[in-house]
Design a protein. Structure first.
Length: 275
């Protein structure tokens, strides 16, 4: 990856993080922790990898992204705004009564959203259906799903994983946001879903482990997933919940809490200072 691309992606990720904080603060509610942990993956997919067109968001053979952990819409919306699907100013209307930027993604109302999600596990199943549908229609596109590590406690996740391997959905890539925390604390204290890589491998998936904040690693993993034939790929992303904001990092309480004015100002200052 050349220096210009790396700098462009870093800038996009910073803007996504800033946008996510802006949205949550404006609404006085939302989920900042997991939005910040997936910002780098979102930046790479939306700004570099995915075949999408903000001027034609319903293009039939487009690449698709399903946010299965649907509560982290602040990150998704900030990425869509960064890509040009709607003005960044709209992020300040997050969760307002007449806004199309609601707390969970709505494919009927929000430009660029490919699947309505919320109940954990359902988005992953939908992504599998999209991937199979694309194959049946002869499209040469790809489907990406972003899953939370706590979401892996849902049984439906593993039904979907079995389905994807059975139908050889090599056009499907799942990113697991492995930050170790969910709303009730450590995932290992709630219902331990580890070891995550070994479980996906046991279900017949191609498995890649990376630092989810390393753009070079993300690019290599995405490339390897595209080269893998006959099976889907799971990219296990080791991430930091609340990445980029010192008081939010590795703190489960920021899974679904909004910052006050002082915290908001500190978060914006810290993120703005990122290189």
């Amino acid at each position: 990856m050349d220096k210009a691309k790396l700098e462009r992606l870093k800038r996009a990720a910073k803007n996504i993080r800033l946008g996510a904080i802006e949205a949550v603060y404006s609404a006085s509610s939302g989920h900042p922790g997991g939005s910040l942990s997936i910002a780098d993956v979102l930046a790479y997919l939306y700004m570099e990898e995915m075949n999408i067109d903000p001027n034609n968001p319903q293009k039939p053979d487009r690449d698709r992204l399903v946010l299965s952990k649907g509560h982290v819409t602040p990150g998704l919306y900030a990425a869509l705004a960064e890509r040009g699907f709607f003005p960044k100013e709209e992020l300040k209307n997050f969760r307002q009564i007449d806004s199309y930027l609601q707390g969970h993604p709505d494919m009927k109302s929000t430009p660029g959203v490919d699947m309505t999600t919320g109940s954990l596990g359902l988005g992953f199943s939908a992504a599998c259906g999209m991937a199979l549908g694309s194959k049946l229609l002869g499209y040469n596109n790809r489907v990406y799903a972003i899953l939370g590590d706590g979401e892996l406690e849902e049984g439906q996740i593993w039904e979907a994983a079995m389905f994807a391997r059975h139908y050889k959905l090599d056009n499907l890539t799942a990113f697991v946001d492995f930050n170790g925390l969910q709303i009730d604390g450590k995932i290992t204290d709630v219902v331990d879903p580890t070891p995550i890589p070994e479980k996906f491998a046991a279900f017949g998936w191609n498995v890649i482990e990376i630092d989810g904040h390393d753009f070079v690693a993300i690019e290599r993993a995405v490339g390897a997933a595209k080269e893998c034939k006959g099976k889907p790929t799971a990219i296990i992303c080791h991430t930091t919940k609340g990445k980029g904001v010192s008081f939010m990092e590795n703190e489960a309480k920021w899974h679904g809490s909004a910052p006050n004015k002082e915290q908001y100002e500190q978060a914006i200052a810290e993120l703005s200072a990122l290189e």
